[in-house]
Each structure stands twice: as structure tokens, then as C-alpha cells.
Design a protein around this ligand. Structure first.
Ligand code: ADP
Ligand code: MG
Length: 270
């Protein structure tokens, strides 16, 4: 059976593509899937840093394309999870070192061996984006609840729609602050969904543990009891076909006065 090739994309930079790739990849592998993550952000590689694998890289995506090594030789195994691997981006400045056809060939080979091939996309809609989507059959669009990011996500959806090989796309809303949504200071989950009309795969709260995790080179899904880690794990379970409810971030929790009222207005127990 052939694996799923999923591109993780956004249009705007800095919204959490690489963080999401590292965490969804790790969570899928922890749930038993065979996963490879490809960093296509040539010149700016950082997926290896988030995974704490930067010292283990010998060959990169560009070395595979230039036939300096075999594809399997360039796959770096995760330190903890044996079914998780990374194909790192080269640090060359030459962004034309890879073309879409070559990327598709690599994805096609990898999906024979892995259940999931996750492609971390660079920002923008230029060659790097075209390469990243070249071999994909599915897309995860990451956005934050800011108008500029939502607008860029909308543009990306337009570009994905014309690519027939991409059979499904789903949305991940990142860096959500429930209190700000509840006080109408931030676009809500339903607002973003209304604008983009794409099925929601998950919502990741703003979480300082992501900063700790990035500095440690350890995905947040490997840290105990973190909100972001739990949300990413739920995304992985949904991708694996489980029904996992998305929590309500929009309804304010009952205030102290509400709770008192409920207590007094509740029918007396007999
Ligand atoms: P991209 O790959 O889209 O450019 P990154 O994954 O590198 O984005 O994330 C950009 C920055 O935002 C990083 O510093 C990351 O730690 C931070 N970040 C991403 N998601 C969250 C979150 N849910 N909570 C807090 N910080 C986050
Ligand atoms: Mg990135």
C-alpha cells in the first residue's frame, strides 16, 4: 500500500509550518505510523533543529538530487522513535538546486516505504512552494488568527485547488488565545473557517512550551502535559482516522457569578 504525502503550507512565513511538521510527524510516529519529514526550505533549514538532529546530518535533499548519495543514506533517524526519519534541506544559497519533477520523484519513492511523507513548505508561492506541493496528495494549511495570515492562506488554497493531485486539504489554526477570542480581540475559530471554507483539522493554542521545546530541540508532543502537545497529538489521531473532538475555544468559561446563579437556580434535590 502506498503512503500519504502531505504538504504543510501557509503562504505567510512564521505561522508555524515547521513546528507543526515536527510535532505532527512525531505524534504520528508515536501512534505507530512510519513517518518521514522532508524539509524543503533550502538555505533556511530548521526542521532538523526543532528535532534536535542537526548534528546527525551528513547528506541533504540536494545531495540526493545531485546523486551524491542514495535516498536511504540521506534519511536521518530520530533519536527516540525508530519509525521516524528526516530528510534535511541543504544550506546552499541556490534555490534552483531542486525542481518540482525531482521532488515528486523523491516523494513517490518515499511513499513506498512510509505511511506518511510530511513535506515542510517554505514561505511564499515561488519555486520552493511549487517543489513542496509537487508530490503531495493532501495538504494541511496552517494559519494564525490574523487577517494577513488568513489572506495568504486563502491565496494558497486557490493555488492548491488547481492542482488535481491534491485530493484533500484541511486547516490548522495555530497560536489561538481563547481569552482574546472570547473578548472579541482576536478572530475566532468559526470566523477563520467562514473565510476559508476548509475543513478544520485542529486548533493549537498559543503555548510558551513551544519556545522551550524549540530551544531544547525536542518536539512539544514529547513533553508531558502541554496544551500544544495535546492538540498536536489529537491532530495526528484525526489523520489516522480517529474521531477526536476539537475543544470549544470560543465560549467563555462560566464566571464565578454564573456558577453561583446556577447553584441557586438549580432545582432542589429531593
Ligand atoms: P514557519 O515554519 O511557518 O515559518 P515556525 O514553525 O518556524 O513557522 O514558527 C515561527 C515561530 O512561532 C517560532 O519561533 C515558533 O516557536 C513560534 N510558534 C509557533 N507556534 C506556536 C504556538 N502555538 N505557541 C507559541 N509559539 C509558537
Ligand atoms: Mg519553517
Amino acid at each position: 500500500m502506498s503512503g500519504r504525502v502531505i504538504v504543510i503550507t501557509s503562504g505567510k512565513g512564521g505561522v508555524g509550518k515547521t513546528t507543526s511538521t515536527a510535532n505532527i510527524g512525531t505524534a504520528l510516529a508515536k501512534n505507530g505510523a512510519r513517518v518521514v519529514m522532508i524539509d524543503t526550505d533550502i538555505g533556511l533549514r530548521n526542521l532538523d533543529l526543532l528535532m534536535g538532529l542537526e548534528n546527525r546530518i551528513v547528506y541533504t535533499l540536494v545531495d540526493v538530487i545531485e546523486e551524491k548519495c542514495k535516498l536511504n543514506q540521506a534519511l536521518v533517524k530520530d533519536k527516540k522513535i525508530p519509525t521516524l526519519s528526516l530528510l534535511a534541506a541543504a544550506q546552499t544559497r541556490d534555490k534552483t538546486a531542486v525542481n518540482a519533477e525531482q521532488m515528486k520523484e523523491i516523494c513517490d519513492k518515499l511513499k513506498e516505504e512510509f505511511d506518511f511523507v510530511l513535506v515542510d513548505c517554505p514561505a511564499g508561492i515561488e519555486q520552493g512552494f511549487q517543489n513542496a506541493i509537487a508530490g503531495a496528495n493532501e495538504a494541511i494549511i496552517i494559519t494564525t488568527p490574523e487577517m494577513a495570515a488568513v489572506r495568504d492562506a486563502d491565496r494558497i488554497i486557490g493555488l492548491l485547488e488547481v492542482k488535481e493531485e491534491i485530493l484533500s486539504y484541511k486547516l490548522v489554526l495555530n497560536r489561538v488565545r481563547p481569552r482574546m477570542i472570547q473578548s472579541n480581540d482576536m478572530l475566532g475559530v468559526t470566523d477563520v473557517q467562514d473565510i476559508l471554507s476548509v475543513k478544520l483539522l485542529g486548533v493549537i493554542p498559543e503555548d510558551e512550551n513551544i519556545i522551550v521545546s524549540t530551544n531544547k530541540g525536542e518536539p512539544v508532543v514529547n513533553m508531558e502535559n502541554t496544551k500544544a502537545g495535546e492538540a498536536y497529538n489529537n491532530i495526528a489521531r484525526r489523520l489516522l482516522g480517529e474521531e477526536v473532538e476539537i475543544p470549544d475555544f470560543e465560549t467563555p468559561p462560566p464566571t464565578f457569578v454564573d456558577r453561583l446563579k446556577n447553584l441557586f437556580l438549580a432545582p432542589a434535590k429531593v
